[in-house]
Design a protein around this ligand. Structure first.
Ligand code: GRF
Length: 205
């Protein structure tokens, strides 16, 4: 089975997924890295691993329809059965969400449904958590639907928020957890061990 990974930035989640594929933990291959950011660190990782990487941006196309169609073609050419968003900052077009219904995962650096939605990414998330006074944060792997950060939650794991945490120290704790749970979620998806009940998703052990 092939996974298409979308990333906009440094690519540490991309790397954790890649390592899990190489170790056979996720019984799948990454067939393409798609990025909207020409300078994404994830591209360097892809290059060094000989994974096709495609710089794909809305700016390359005249219309939304053309952009979406080209994205669908790219996914078809890569033979991807599922998609992992790994720090991807653009919205996935609705047509792609429909085409890959319940086969697109995203990782978010907080405990959804708190601290999610448009504009809630990176440092903003951790600042909001610290400002809230909450004593726990964490990471969430969830399915992607047409609304930002609102699809069924698949795995969450907590970290504690300590008195002297800064957005940076909290981000580092959460990232460590992300690197553990994202491969587990993808493994379950690829192994078809996910069941849906309404807006909930569960992993069969
Ligand atoms: C992670 O914190 C992830 O939760 C969020 O974007 C960040 C990406 O980091 N969606 P990296 O590029 O995978 O290192």
């Amino acid at each position: 089975m092939n996974i298409a990974v979308f990333a906009s930035g440094r690519g540490s989640n991309f790397l954790s997924i890649l390592n899990a594929c190489k170790a056979g933990i996720i019984p799948a291959c990454i067939s393409v890295l798609i990025t909207n950011n020409e300078n994404a660190g994830a591209r360097e990782i892809a290059k060094s691993e000989h994974i096709p990487d495609v710089h794909f941006s809305r700016a390359h196309f005249k219309t939304d329809a053309e952009y979406t169609q080209n994205l669908l073609n790219l996914l078809k050419d890569s033979n991807a059965s599922c998609i992992a968003l790994a720090g991807y900052l653009k919205k996935i077009p609705a047509l792609v969400v429909r085409e890959f219904h319940n086969r697109i995962l995203n990782i978010h650096p907080a405990l959804l449904p708190l601290f999610g939605g448009e504009g809630m990414y990176g440092r903003y998330v951790h600042e909001a958590v610290l400002a809230s006074g909450m004593k726990v944060s964490g990471a969430t792997v969830h399915f992607v639907n047409e609304e930002y950060d609102r699809g069924a939650i698949l795995i969450q794991r907590c970290v504690s928020v300590e008195r002297f945490d800064t957005p940076e120290t909290l981000a580092a704790k959460v990232l460590e957890v992300e690197h553990t749970i994202y491969p587990l979620a993808l493994k379950a998806l690829v192994e078809e061990r996910v069941v849906f009940e309404g807006n909930k998703a569960w992993i069969l052990e």
